[in-house]
Design a protein. Structure first.
Length: 95
C-alpha cells in the first residue's frame, strides 16, 4: 500500500516526465518519436533516458551541449517545485 507521500511523489514524477517530453518535443522535427523515461534513480540522483531519431540527437544536445545543460537546469527546477530534490542527469540517444 502506498502512502500519500509516495503517491504524491509518483504523480510529481509523472508530471515531470510529461513536462520534459513536451519541452524536448518542441526542439525536434519529429515530436511523435520522442521518448523520455527514468533509467535509474538513487537517493540523490535521477537519470533520464531520452530517445529521439538518430539525426535529431544534435537538436536535443545543442551546440557544445548548451541545450541539454539548459534542459537539466529547467528539469531540476521543475523537480524542486514538486518537492523532489535530486541531481538530474540526461542521456540522449538516437533510435
Amino acid at each position: 500500500m502506498q502512502t500519500t507521500e509516495t503517491a504524491e511523489r509518483n504523480i510529481g514524477l509523472d508530471q515531470f516526465l510529461s513536462f520534459m517530453t513536451m519541452v524536448i518535443s518542441e526542439v525536434v522535427d519529429t515530436p511523435d518519436r520522442v521518448y523520455v523515461g527514468i533509467s535509474q534513480e538513487s537517493s540523490q540522483n535521477l537519470f533520464l533516458k531520452v530517445a529521439v531519431k538518430e539525426k535529431e540527437v544534435g537538436q536535443v544536445v545543442g551546440k557544445s551541449g548548451y541545450l541539454v545543460r539548459s534542459l537539466i537546469t529547467i528539469g531540476q527546477a521543475n523537480l524542486g517545485k514538486k518537492g523532489i530534490e535530486k541531481r538530474l542527469h540526461i542521456d540522449v540517444s538516437g533510435n
